[in-house]
Design a protein around this ligand. Structure first.
Ligand code: BV8
Length: 234
């Protein structure tokens, strides 16, 4: 496999599926149980904050019952052994990439394990439940919200992400249906900015599969370790 310098990886819910974390759009997924507009928009939070606090408290509690899978640990091995740069951008809000050993994960849609104060903007590591009556550790106002990017809100780290996409010579998209923007448009940004190789690893062809130079379809916990072996020349 050609030598790459800067490998940029985008992951979605499919990379955590084999750990037992529900995806969004697969059968039985999160969006089958809840309407996006009710639990993942600022308007939904305004309308019924208790429902939204509960939706995220339940998902945060589940984190303690799941473990990273072979895809998470293979990406950490790539970061440790690749003789070049590895940038990991995730749409996921779980902490399985970190627990699988990757450091410096860019959570463009935020993190389940953090709470943000709407009064003082402080952000806090938070592993338990919280709601509209929980005081902010910094300013004591009861104005905490999930540190999550909802639909219609600006994703985090967009400047750093744009720099990475423009600098990549290998772009790998793993476990995402390619339905949500701006993440679904990253492969086009990479292609427009240089001669990077682009690879999709997904259980089935995503909405953007035709935009990738190479597609590998199957379970991430099998395909990602194999692909990392190839990149590292194992
Ligand atoms: C923004 C946090 C402006 C919440 C999430 C038209 C109308 C209205 C809006 C829009 C529109 N067009 C674009 C928009 C904007 C909107 C959007 O994209 N809407 C979509 C629905 C059309 N986007 C936004 O609002 C974003 N903000 O645009 O701001 C802006 C733009 C640019 C620059 C600056 C500002 C904000 C979007 C973020 C929303 N928040 N998450 C939460 O997690 O609770 S999105 C949510 O979907 C998750 O983050 C999730 O990661 C993400 C994407 O889903 P996937 O990860 O792809 O998961 P999915 O279930 O869909 O697919 C799983 C895939 O895995 C499948 O393909 C499956 O085959 C595969 N799989 C399953 N098992 C395995 C597997 N693969 C491998 N192995 C397996 N074992």
């Amino acid at each position: 496999m050609a030598k790459f310098d800067h490998i940029v990886i985008l992951t979605g819910a499919g990379v955590s599926a084999e750990s037992g974390v529900a995806t969004f759009r697969d059968a039985g997924g999160l969006w089958e149980q809840h309407r996006i507009e009710d639990v993942a928009t600022p308007e939904g939070f305004q309308r019924n904050p208790a429902l939204v606090y509960d939706f995220y408290n339940q998902r945060r509690a589940k984190l303690g019952t799941v473990e990273p899978n072979g895809a998470h640990t293979a990406l950490a091995r790539l970061q440790a052994e690749h003789n070049g740069r590895v940038t990991l951008i995730t749409q996921n809000v779980d902490n399985l990439h970190e627990r699988g050993g990757f450091s410096g994960v860019m959570h463009m849609h935020g993190e389940l394990t953090k709470a943000r104060c709407m009064a003082c903007a402080s952000v806090h590591q938070w592993m338990d439940a919280f709601d509209g009556a929980t005081p902010c550790p910094t300013c004591t106002h009861t104005a905490l919200r999930p540190h999550i990017v909802w639909f219609g809100e600006m994703p985090f780290h967009m400047d750093m992400i744009a720099d990475a996409l423009g600098d990549a010579d290998l772009f790998i998209s793993i476990g995402t249906s390619g339905n949500v923007y701006p993440a679904a448009g990253f492969v086009q940004e990479v292609r427009a900015r240089g001669a990077a190789h682009t690879v999709e690893i997904n259980l089935e062809p995503s909405a953007g599969a035709s935009l990738f130079a190479e597609c590998r379809h199957g379970p991430a916990a099998t395909l990602v370790p194999d692909f990392v072996d190839e990149i590292l020349g194992d």
